[in-house]
Design a protein around this ligand. Sequence first.
Ligand SMILES: Cc1cc2nc3c(=O)[nH]c(=O)nc-3n(C[C@H](O)[C@H](O)[C@H](O)COP(=O)(O)OP(=O)(O)OC[C@H]3O[C@@H](n4cnc5c(N)ncnc54)[C@H](O)[C@@H]3O)c2cc1C
Length: 399
Amino acid sequence: MTGQPQHVVVVGAGLGGIRTAEQLRTAGFRGKISLVGAEQHLPYDRPPLSKQVLTGEWDPERIVLCDKARLDELGISARFGEPAVALHDGAVELADGTRLQGDAIVAATGVAARRLPDQPDTARTLRTLDDTLALQNALATARSLLIVGAGFVGAEVAGAARARGVDVTVLEAMPVPFTRALGPEIGAVCARLLTEGGVDLRTGALLERFTGGSAVELADGTRLDADVMLVGIGGVPELGWLASTGIDTSDGVPCDARGRVEGVAGMWAVGDIAAWTDPVRGGRHRSEHWTNATDQAAAVARDIVGADAPPLSTPYFWSDQFGLKIQLVGRPDLADTVLPLHGAGLDSGPVKGTVAAYFAGARLVGVVGFGAARLIARYRGLVGREADRAEVLALATSE
Ligand SMILES: Cc1cc2nc3c(=O)[nH]c(=O)nc-3n(C[C@H](O)[C@H](O)[C@H](O)COP(=O)(O)OP(=O)(O)OC[C@H]3O[C@@H](n4cnc5c(N)ncnc54)[C@H](O)[C@@H]3O)c2cc1C
């Protein structure tokens, strides 16, 4: 492709997709933009699905990211309820047979809820607005909820259900929940949020089989039954429509440090499906976080119009559980050591106010906080420049 493209086709009308389309206009793109989404809904924001929308605090209208009038104003030609099924030579094929020929393609199809083998339809998942409304409806009359998998979404749902007085049991296969995302030390702090919130948390619990309705049997023979069951075991990238492209999608869509898909001219990927090359450390990293999708959308839009992209911000993630905001800055997966900076949560004291640092050798690669927004703001810049351990510990003891 030389010069600016004429027609950008954005596949996936969630956060990354709509932000890319909007940012293209902000970056001065005057050509045609087509946006296609598998769901019937206007683009909407997902974090409130397991928070304010599930609890009923917010109406679904409040999470719309871009309404029809704004789409028209931006000149974005949108098709909803029509998934892409294939990509051939720059043409995106939709389920109804329509072909959209673009000279720039942006893949933003996100992830679908991961399912267990033989998972029955009675086991709910939470990924879409429709999932949330169905779960909300089921919880309105439920007395008990069984959650398979102690992930962030499961923990948020557990908190919302406990607030309604529902008995909640959470099954986690690992000895400590959140180990993969936060490491065992911080995972143990998150586990306390669940148990102190009145959740029956069962760790090391291996699911043997579903036994009908919302009942399961564990490997040790324990049988559990509840009014409602939710399986929350993470997401799987939505890549089926790329099957015939030859792209190696073993862990998302492989991209360079600007989001250009490796080996495919005129194609970019953003958000949960995109495995971007880390310009500093090398290697590819896929992140299922809101800020990541927003940042990547802005960078890709600028790259498409030939402008320099701003550097990506330091990775950031939050989760609201049991009245506390958990905030994570950086890459805990790179760490070999976790040290407490503030509060006593790592020593069995109150979880609220706890802040801990992740170090790779002497370099600060992440910070996590529980109800400690002011402190997290203080360390964000230090994570960005991978500050030295001595500087971080000195700051922690400076007041
Ligand atoms: C319940 C929930 C709570 C969350 N809470 C937080 C949080 O607290 N903090 C945080 O940082 N992140 C949170 N996230 C993650 C955050 O929402 C995602 O990282 C973000 O939405 C990623 O944007 P995306 O565009 O990659 O994917 P999505 O926003 O999921 O959008 C992908 C879109 O593509 C569509 N699609 C899929 N396949 C096709 C196809 N073949 N053709 C056309 N369209 C297709 C989908 O229907 C979807 O609308 C949460 C996610 C969920 C589900």
